[in-house]
Design a protein around this ligand. Structure first.
Ligand SMILES: NC(=O)c1ccc[n+]([C@@H]2O[C@H](COP(=O)([O-])OP(=O)(O)OC[C@H]3O[C@@H](n4cnc5c(N)ncnc54)[C@H](OP(=O)(O)O)[C@@H]3O)[C@@H](O)[C@H]2O)c1
Length: 284
C-alpha cells in the first residue's frame, strides 16, 4: 500500500510518518516538493508515485492570522484542497482530508455529530469547510475527519508551536497566567489521530465524514490547569472570558465532537484527553 501525505512536515505529518511508516510505503510531500496550490505539480507527483491513498494534512493553520490573510488562507485550504480532490478523482485515489471542529459555530451546546450543519465563524473555519465541500463534490472515495485542538510532538526546525508548549513556555516567563474558560471542546493528541487514520486505511469502512478527538470536554483554562498539574508547574492560573481576551478570529464557544460514529465503525474508544496529554508530556 502506497500512501502520499501532504503537510508531512507539520505536527500531524510527523506522527503519520511514525505510525503509518511501520506498514505502508509513504510518499512525503511538503510545500516545497508539492505546493498544493499548483495543480500541475500535484498531477506530476501523483502520476509518478501512483499512491493508493492521499492523506491531506496540509493547511494554513494560523487561525488568527487568517483573518488578515484571507486570500492566502483560501488559496491553501480551499483551492489547494480543490486541487487535491480533483487529482484524487482523476487518478481514482482514496482521499483522507483532515478538517476541524471550527467548521461549527458552537451554538448547539451539545456534542456535534457528522449530520450537524457547519456554520464557521472564522476565515480558517470557513476555508476548511470550503475544502470539505470540494472533497464531497469531486470525490466519491473520501474520508473527511474532523478533529479538534490538535497537539503533538513538534517536528525538527518547526517554527510553529502548540497550546501545551505555549503554556509551558509562558509559565517560565510569568507568575500569573489568564486563560479563556468559556470555549469548550476537547484536545486531541496526534498519536491517537494517526492511529485512527491507520485503522481507517486498514478497515476501509464506509466513505464519508467522521469526527475524532480526545474523550471528555474541557475549556482552554481546564486544559492549561491539567498541563500544569501533570508537569508540577507552579503558576497563578486565572480563568477569563473570551470577551476579555483579544483574538482576531471568533472561535466557537462549544465545539465538542460526538465520536460515536467513528467509535462504532472502527470498534475503538477514544482515550480521555488527559491520558493523551500524559503520553505527549512523556514523549515530547
Ligand atoms: N492544529 C490544530 O489545532 C488543528 C485542529 C483541527 C484540525 N487541524 C487540521 O489538521 C491538519 C494538520 O494540522 P497540523 O497542526 O499538523 O498543521 P501544521 O503543523 O501547521 O502543518 C501544516 C502543514 O501544511 C503545509 N502547507 C502549508 N501550505 C502548503 C502548501 N501551499 N502546499 C503544501 N503544503 C503546505 C505546511 O508545510 P511547510 O512546512 O512545508 O510550509 C505545514 O507543514 C490540518 O489540516 C489542520 O487544518 C488542526
Amino acid at each position: 500500500m502506497k500512501v502520499l501525505i501532504t503537510g508531512s512536515k507539520g505536527q500531524l505529518g510527523k506522527k503519520l510518518i511514525e505510525i503509518l511508516g511501520k506498514k505502508y510505503q509513504l510518499i512525503l510531500t511538503d510545500s516545497t516538493s508539492m505546493d498544493i496550490t499548483d495543480i500541475d505539480i500535484i498531477k506530476k507527483v501523483i502520476k509518478k508515485e501512483k499512491p493508493d491513498y492521499i492523506i491531506h494534512a496540509a493547511a494554513y493553520t494560523q487561525v488568527d492570522k487568517a483573518e488578515e490573510n484571507i486570500e492566502l488562507c483560501r488559496e491553501i485550504n480551499s483551492y489547494g484542497t480543490k486541487n487535491i480532490a480533483a487529482v484524487a478523482k482523476e487518478y481514482d485515489i482514496k482521499l483522507i482530508y483532515i478538517s476541524t471542529d471550527f467548521v461549527f459555530d458552537g451554538k448547539k451546546n451539545k456534542p456535534y455529530t457528522e449530520d450537524d450543519k457547519p456554520n464557521p465563524t472564522s476565515v480558517y473555519g470557513l476555508t476548511k469547510y470550503e475544502g470539505e465541500k470540494y472533497v464531497q463534490k469531486f470525490c466519491e472515495k473520501y474520508y473527511i475527519i474532523r478533529v479538534s485542538w490538535l497537539f503533538g510532538e513538534l517536528p525538527i526546525e518547526y517554527k510553529g508551536t502548540n497550546f501545551v508548549e505555549i503554556m509551558l513556555r509562558l509559565a517560565k516567563e510569568k507568575t500569573i497566567l489568564k486563560v479563556v474558560n468559556d470555549q469548550i471542546g476537547s484536545p486531541t493528541y496526534t498519536g491517537d489521530l494517526a492511529e485512527t487514520i491507520f485503522k481507517i486505511i486498514e478497515k476501509a469502512p464506509e466513505f464519508g465524514t467522521y469526527h475524532f478527538s480526545g474523550d471528555g470536554t474541557c475549556s482552554w483554562y481546564d486544559f492549561a490547569k491539567e498541563i500544569f498539574t501533570q508537569t508540577n508547574t507552579k503558576i497563578d492560573l486565572i480563568p477569563i472570558e473570551s470577551k476579555d481576551y483579544t483574538q482576531k478570529a471568533l472561535r466557537p464557544h462549544y465545539s465538542y465532537l460526538d465520536k460515536s460514529k467513528i467509535e462504532k465503525t472502527l470498534g475503538i474508544k477514544a482515550r480521555p484527553w488527559q491520558k493523551m496529554l500524559s503520553e505527549y508530556l512523556l514523549k515530547r
